[in-house]
Design a protein around this ligand. Structure first.
Ligand SMILES: Nc1ncnc2c1ncn2[C@@H]1O[C@H](COP(=O)(O)OP(=O)(O)OP(=O)(O)O)[C@@H](O)[C@H]1O
Length: 295
């Protein structure tokens, strides 16, 4: 389980300070398949880098399987990044060495955990088969399409059998059909290996196929969408089900001070155009409505 507790991240440059995360709270259960969406600059990559141990929060805590990352020694942090986390980035150049074949790329991370040459080869072959790329074992990245490179990149990320796979815009640079195949691969890995997978995406088609979609706005979680059971069943039973816009049920998220964020659409629909609202309880429901306008 991953627990982000009031995470704050401030980037300081010479001229300005940027508040990338502003007290973000998020719990990700073991074996979850989830997506993070949000506008550019909302803090998605910052969150992924903190979960992956690549960056340190300015305040707040990140706890993974009961371990507070802030208490790790440097050595423990290196082990965490090598063994517990797998990364897939949008740019294949960040995932793959251009001068190594697919098989050699997958073997490379295993050197760091001192597996024998024979074991490395066996594992790499197994992973290539898992991502459906056996036929490209001897190909270099430049000899493969963007989608094929991403499949190999996923195998590389899985080389040291991580528990958590972090993917930052993994389908950002591929066409729609390839993106759909990669989405199905994430789902398969989640179901078959029990991997916890967090995907940052702008690709709404991908977001339709995950169990939970978390929306970040201004460095905080604003809403969460949970996959409806009907669609969950469809995804589990059909190869490429036709998913519509209403795959998920949307929830607003209460922060620790019990504040809730309302979207612009909701406010507009309720005719709320001031910063003051009436809140009351009616039949066990909380009703928020526009203040009465004085004549
Ligand atoms: N190393 C850095 N130094 C200074 N500012 C940074 C740094 N990294 C990120 N930021 C700033 O922090 C904010 C959040 O950035 P982040 O990359 O997490 O957003 P994002 O939601 O992933 O955006 P995108 O969808 O465009 O990738 C932005 O305002 C960004 O400019």
């Amino acid at each position: 389980m991953i627990v982000c507790d009031s995470l704050v991240k401030i980037y300081k440059t010479k001229e300005v300070e940027v508040l990338a995360l502003q007290g973000l709270d998020l719990t990700v259960n073991r074996g979850e398949l989830m997506a993070i969406i949000g506008k550019s600059g909302s803090g998605k990559s910052t969150l992924m880098n903190i979960v992956g141990g690549l960056e340190v929060p300015s305040a707040g805590r990140i706890i993974v399987d009961g371990q507070n990352l802030a208490e790790f020694t440097e050595r423990q942090m290196v082990q965490y990044r090598k063994k517990q986390i797998g990364f897939v980035w949008q740019k294949s150049g960040r995932n793959l060495f251009p001068y190594l074949t697919s098989l050699e790329n997958i073997e490379a991370p295993m050197l760091a955990i001192h597996k024998s040459a024979k074991k490395r080869r066996e594992k790499a072959e197994e992973l290539l088969a898992l991502v459906g790329m056996e036929h490209k074992r001897g190909s270099y990245p430049a000899q493969m399409s963007g989608g094929e490179q991403q499949r190999v990149a996923i195998a590389v990320a899985l080389a040291n059998e991580p528990e958590i796979l972090l993917a930052d815009e993994p389908t950002g640079a591929v066409d729609t059909k390839t993106s759909s195949n990669i989405q199905d691969l994430f789902r398969k890995l989640n179901r078959e290996l029990g991997l916890t997978i967090i995907i940052v995406t702008h690709d709404m088609k991908l977001a339709h196929k995950v169990d939970r979609v978390v929306m970040i706005s201004d460095g905080k979680i604003s809403t969460e969408k949970i996959l409806k059971q009907h669609y969950r069943d469809m995804l589990d039973q059909l190869e490429s089900p036709d998913m519509t816009d209403e795959t998920h049920e949307e929830y607003s998220v209460l922060d620790k001070a019990h504040r809730v964020q309302l979207s612009d659409d909701m406010l507009a629909a309720a005719g709320i155009d001031t910063n003051k609202v009436k809140v009351r309880i009616e039949d066990g429901r909380v009703v928020i409505e526009a203040e009465e306008k004085k004549e």
